[in-house]
Design a protein around this ligand. Sequence first.
Ligand SMILES: [Zn+2]
Length: 43
Amino acid sequence: MAYVCVHCGKKIKQLDNFIRCQYCGSRVIVKSRPNLSREVKTD
Ligand SMILES: [Zn+2]
C-alpha cells in the first residue's frame, strides 16, 4: 500500500515502524487512494 506525504505530496514506499517523508522530513502521512476522488473538491 502506498503512502503519500501531505506536506510535499511525494509518494512513500518504504515503511518501517517510523514512517517519515524522506523528502521534507514530515511525519504527516496519509494512505493514497488511487480509485477515489480527492477530499477537496474544486466545484
Ligand atoms: Zn514530504
